[in-house]
Write a protein that binds this ligand. Structure first.
Ligand code: MLZ
Length: 357
């Protein structure tokens, strides 16, 4: 689906993270400054009048003047950049980034945001308003797989694009869910949750976060070998807080070694001395009834018959049923076959067709 809401507008997204002080909007970690016009619309501030000396610089000057050994001054208000070791006020550091505004691009989580801001600047160059150029990003420290025989560390998108005259897809073409780096990944190592098994998509399993890189999580099936672990984005729609299956009357596969009827989340968390990931971290903490209603009003419902491509043997279009509906996805099951062929298809998917197709 390509319909974009206002929340997909880059400026609307940025508006959410702006901090206001004395009528000037500061985007933490960037040199961009904003103001609101009389109608309350967000404008890029550029005149000197709009931009009094930045608090960050003011404080730095103050600190330099006042401080001999600035370590003494690190208190709850202050933070030190992990890269350049500059001391600054916490409000000038992106939340949990530990990097000052000049080095924030070294944090994989925020790198993409700076790329997007650079692009915004480029797009706005011809506008009447001017935007201060954000700090130029350098190579991301998040692992980026490039090509055979190339060294990811020396890879630069900018020179790759420029030298080959390629065109990147513009920032504004993506949905906000795809620009996930603007959201924070609040998951922590060891947190437990429920989620769809990507290898058997009709099964909901008990999972633990075992690794975190930027906005991605490595999930482990409790009680099973690490070789089954898989990676998802933190805003994945198929991971859920503990208790989701019970609340939505779905069957939860317990960790290996625990019988179906013996599994109880409360007891399990105590026994494993672990915590459940808080519901607020999930994109879809419960069934989204609105999405579900939209799918059902289109005519889809559990138990109905259709024809669907077998993704495991995609030369075959087979007799199938809707086994479950989760938000705007249908669980496709092939009549007479085991659930290993099941998969979740968006209700607009080109893999599904009416009978007699
Ligand atoms: N060659 C495979 C085809 C299975 C098709 C299943 N479609 C739901 C077999 O016969 O096992």
């Amino acid at each position: 689906m390509s319909s974009h809401s206002s929340s997909d507008d880059p400026l609307a997204l940025i508006k959410n993270v702006i901090k206001w002080k004395d009528g000037v909007g500061y985007l933490p970690g960037s040199v961009c400054r904003f103001k609101l016009d009389e109608a309350g619309d967000l404008l890029l501030a550029d005149d000197e009048a709009d931009l009094e000396e930045e608090p960050f610089r003011k404080r730095q000057k103050l600190m330099t003047a006042k401080i001999g050994n600035d370590d003494e001054f690190i208190d709850s208000e202050m933070a030190r950049c992990r890269n350049c070791k500059t001391l600054g006020h916490k409000s000038d550091f992106l939340k949990d980034s530990n990097f000052c505004k000049d080095c924030v691009h070294l944090n994989p989580l925020y790198y993409k945001m700076f790329k997007q801001l650079s692009q915004l600047y480029d797009e706005s160059k011809n506008d009447t308003q001017k935007l201060s150029r954000p700090a130029t990003p350098t190579a991301p420290s998040a692992p980026l797989v490039t090509f055979n025989h190339s060294d990811a560390k020396s890879f630069s998108w900018e020179s790759y694009i420029e030298q080959n005259n390629f065109t990147p897809i513009p920032f504004k073409s993506f949905l906000s869910s795809q620009l996930c780096q603007l959201q924070e990944n609040g998951f922590k190592l060891g947190m437990k949750m429920e989620g769809v098994d990507p290898f058997h998509p009709s099964r909901f399993c008990v999972l633990t976060v075992t690794e975190i890189i930027g906005f991605r999580l490595r999930l482990h099936f409790d009680g099973y070998k690490r070789k089954y672990d898989f990676w998802v984005n933190a805003n994945n729609e198929f991971i859920f807080p503990a208790g989701f299956c019970k609340a939505t009357h779905r069957q939860l596969e317990p960790p290996k070694g625990i019988a179906m009827d013996d599994f109880d989340w409360g007891r399990y968390l105590v026994e494993t001395k672990s915590v459940a990931a808080p519901a607020i971290l999930f994109t879809c903490p419960t069934d989204d009834r609105e999405k579900f209603a939209a799918v059902v009003s289109t005519g889809f419902n559990v138990g109905m018959k259709l024809e669907a491509v077998d993704k495991a043997n995609n030369n075959l279009v087979c007799v199938a049923s809707i086994k479950d509906i989760l938000n705007d996805h249908l669980l496709i099951h092939f009549d007479g076959w085991d659930d290993s062929y099941d998969y979740w298809a968006h209700y607009t998917s080109s893999l599904i067709h009416p009978i007699n197709w």
